[in-house]
Design a binder for this molecule. Structure first.
Ligand SMILES: [Zn+2]
Length: 262
């Protein structure tokens, strides 16, 4: 295997990036290059970093053949990915920067860019895998923005008061609105298909008078006032709300009621 030889400038640049990175994986890759270049054996470095020899070899190969930017890019998928438009190969082009907004402010990163020349379609597979939204929010930031949009009296209040105060997120009102609407549309699809969300679980139900475990189902409609476009009047809606519940058996209720009150 070829040794890794670094110029003084390269070494300084790698050390600078290693100091600045907030990503453990990139820190590890840069450490690997520095350690091998300083004369440590590959076995020693692989053990030190807790990676396999082949993983280490792949990282050194990326650095040697494609350079430092490629080494620091997360999620290099290979020379091409499948284009969703024509199912042909969309070749790798280069690494493009993005600054998604996270709960600790904007973060900078570079990810691999693929382009299908037939469909003229640009692809960033990393964005999907990392859950970056179309509005350039990290998944955690997106959840908080959606909650703000849902729980506040309006998207404007969420954008101008609640989100900056609660989470330091400064976004425009349309961004908050579209983020919440997009998340709602995503959630709506599985619900329309009759899918249930969350994991199946077993419950330790209370027993009824005959000793059988049982639960009750309750369903009702609740009024939700609506607003028409531009703040005009609109007819209210009545969504159905259902719940499954499991009341305490009578003897437990009596015991509960007999307890001293605070
Ligand atoms: Zn295509």
């Amino acid at each position: 295997m070829k040794p890794i030889v670094l110029t003084d400038e390269q070494r300084k640049e790698i050390e600078r990036r290693r100091k600045e990175t907030l990503d453990r994986r990139i820190y590890q890759r840069l450490t690997a290059v520095l350690a091998v270049a300083s004369g440590k054996s590959r076995e020693e470095v692989a053990e030190l970093l807790g990676v396999s020899l082949s993983q280490l070899g792949e990282r050194l190969r990326v650095f040697r053949n494609e350079g430092l930017d490629a080494l620091c890019a997360l999620r290099y998928e290979g020379a091409s990915v499948t284009c969703p438009g024509c199912q042909g190969a969309a070749p790798f082009h280069d690494y493009r920067p993005i600054s998604p907004m996270s709960l600790v402010g904007p973060i900078r990163l570079k990810r691999a860019y693929y382009c299908c020349s037939r469909c003229r379609l640009g692809l960033f597979p990393f964005d999907d895998k990392a859950g970056l939204s179309f509005h350039r929010l990290t998944p955690a930031a997106e959840r908080v923005v959606c909650l703000g949009g849902l729980l506040c009296d309006g998207f404007e209040e969420a954008a101008t008061n609640t989100l900056p105060e609660a989470a330091g997120l400064r976004l425009s009102e349309p961004t908050v609105q579209r983020t919440a609407e997009d998340a709602g549309a995503r959630l709506g699809k599985p619900l329309d298909q009759g899918c249930t969300l969350g994991e199946n679980g077993c419950f330790d139900w209370h027993k009824d008078a005959c000793g059988r475990s049982c639960a009750y189902v309750s369903i009702d409609a609740t009024g939700v006032p609506q607003q028409a476009k531009d703040g005009g009047k609109a007819e209210g809606r009545m969504p159905d709300v259902a719940m499954v519940y499991n009341p305490l058996p009578d003897k437990d209720v009596r015991q509960h009621q007999a307890r001293p009150k605070p």
